[in-house]
Design a protein around this ligand. Structure first.
Ligand SMILES: [Zn+2]
Length: 547
């Protein structure tokens, strides 16, 4: 007891010394408890903790869904609250089997001691964001009051708000008492009427059908055949309009839809974006029984031509990075397709050409999967949870390619390279051999700096390479460990294992080790303990150094 007390004061002392002036009031220290309960004893203990926290309102049910794949299973996702305010990154995913708990994964923050009355009003917060970013969030962007477990080891009452500027897309955490900018984080993506069926040539020259609507003699890219509204808007290079829409300052209207005078569409970008977003929707429904990004058919809004290729020479590097050589999922079912570069222009290193990003089915699958993640695990876009978020998008994007395209290395063929149909030569990441593009194939080679929100894109290949090995078999180049995969003919098994693990069992602040645990649990749920998929996924994580 005495020893504990001494250690505790030493910890507080350290926080005062490193945390600011000596008169600064003591603040509770962040203590995160990671939960990965799958054994009977662990489950019994955590079950009662979760139930107690539900009773005292420190865990609230965000959603409960019946398992679409295993009869009798249910999934409850709970978010942590303190005094009525959500704790950012605190959540629990609990799976039950006919009422009995089968797994609990999550992160619980302890020792929170905060006054949750904000000093700043919503307008104050928007003013701070405007000073910081140059953009005033509109009425459509409401800052969320959250408790942030900060990197300095203390809890802070903050407002969280995301804005889009010409230079960046950024998420801000503003101290709700002082107005200080506690954290500024770039968004996850930086890589650099009556129904009618139309058709047209895609960017790569293939003929695709598109589900559109006819409206007073013309056709617009609004799909009324699938359950959710799928609409493709043509910004016609008006970047200001795009930014105003992304910041909730304006809405897009019917006259902004991509349009065609006849059923033969002449804009290949509209054809590819509109048709392939529909394919991604269909993949999730056919393979996983999922109804769209939120499983409740939220509308999907696609924006093409955010800039003009001819404006390249007058555009800043940031605009080029976000709206030319990129595609990104914004929020609330909205995605933006980059315009690519004019023929003859290349990016360094690698001297790669960039076609319209709408041409790449795996890129569209990647971006829309960020929407699925946002509505399920909510994996936080930094450090290991951010790498897992990116990995899941690559894993699903690639799975969608294999669902529709023949296997091969040519355009419009399925492989484990990401973006190869738009970014040539070589694509942007390689799940079969991550090192070919300089990314890690093993946990020991992970990037540990702060760039790219903690290397979320580069470190994603540790997990996506495990997915590859668990299907295709092979030997990890770093560890030398071999994996017996389920085989290409059974790829559906591993797609379901990762889908289940990442959407239903995964907590928001997960580590690679948690990803290993949830996918092994998912394999047991779906195929049984000791099954080939369980062995494959276990061997794959071990081979990439995640234990
Ligand atoms: Zn991404």
């Amino acid at each position: 007891m005495r020893v504990l007390r001494v250690l505790f004061s030493a910890a507080i002392l350290a926080s005062i010394v490193s945390g600011g002036p000596a008169w600064h009031p003591l603040r509770a220290q962040v203590k995160a408890t990671r939960v990965a309960a799958t054994t009977f004893a662990e489950l019994r203990a955590w079950d009662s903790t979760v139930d107690r926290m539900k009773r005292d309102d420190s865990l609230r049910v965000r959603r409960t869904i019946d398992d679409p794949l295993v009869p009798g299973r249910m999934h409850e996702r709970l978010e942590q609250f303190y005094d009525g305010v959500r704790v950012f990154g605190g959540d629990v995913a609990r799976q039950t089997d006919r009422g009995l708990t089968a797994s609990i994964f999550g992160t619980i923050y302890e020792g929170i001691d905060l006054d949750v009355q904000p000093v700043l009003s919503i307008d104050d917060v928007k003013a701070v964001v405007e000073r910081q970013s140059g953009v005033a969030p509109g009425p459509g962007r409401v800052p969320e009051l959250v408790i942030l477990p900060d990197d300095d080891g203390t809890y802070r009452l903050t407002y969280r708000v995301t804005v889009f500027t010409l230079e960046k897309d950024a998420e801000y955490f503003i101290d709700a008492k002082s107005g200080a900018v506690v954290r500024e984080q770039r968004g996850a993506e930086r890589q650099a009427a009556a129904s009618a069926i139309g058709h047209g040539l895609g960017v790569l020259g293939d003929d695709k059908k598109v589900s559109v609507s006819s409206q007073s003699g013309t056709f617009v890219a609004s799909d009324t055949l699938r359950p959710p509204s799928l609409r493709t808007f043509d910004a016609r290079g008006d970047l200001t309009k795009v930014l105003n829409f992304l910041n909730g300052r304006t809405v897009l209207v019917t006259s902004d839809l991509a349009t065609s005078a006849s059923t033969t569409w002449s804009d290949p970008v509209a054809v590819d974006a509109h048709a392939q977003v529909g394919w991604v929707y269909d993949y999730y429904f056919k393979r996983h029984g999922r109804r769209g990004l939120d499983n409740n058919n939220i509308p999907i809004t696609s924006i093409i031509h955010p800039v003009r290729r001819n404006d390249l020479s007058t555009s800043s590097n940031d605009v080029i990075g976000l709206f030319f050589v990129n595609a990104f999922y914004c929020c609330d079912g909205v995605m933006v397709f980059g315009e690519g570069l004019p023929p003859g222009f290349v990016t360094q290193p690698g001297r790669q050409s960039w076609n319209f990003l709408a041409a790449a089915l795996d890129v569209i699958g990647h971006e829309l999967t960020h929407g699925v993640t946002a509505f399920t695990s909510g994996l936080i876009s930094r450090n290991e949870s951010g790498a897992l978020n990116e990995a899941f998008s690559d894993i699903m994007g690639t799975s969608i390619e294999f669902f529709y395209q023949p296997v091969g290395a040519n355009v419009m063929q399925a492989d484990y390279v990401i973006g190869e149909d738009a970014v040539t030569p070589g694509g942007i990441r390689n799940m079969a051999n991550p090192g070919a593009l300089g990314d890690p194939d093993h946990f020991s080679r992970r990037f540990t700096g702060t760039a790219d929100n903690g290397g979320v894109h580069t470190n994603s290949t540790i997990a996506s390479h495990a997915f590859y090995l668990a299907i295709e078999s092979g030997t990890n180049r770093t560890s030398g460990l071999s994996v017996q995969g389920v085989g290409a003919a059974n790829r559906e098994q591993m797609e379901k294992v990762f889908y289940r693990g990442f959407t239903q069992l995964m907590p928001a602040n997960a580590t690679f080790a948690v990803a290993r645990a949830v996918t092994i649990q998912a394999a047991r749920d779906l195929y049984g303990a000791g099954s080939a998929p369980e062995r494959a996924v276990t061997q794959a994580w071990t081979a990439v150094g995640v234990n």
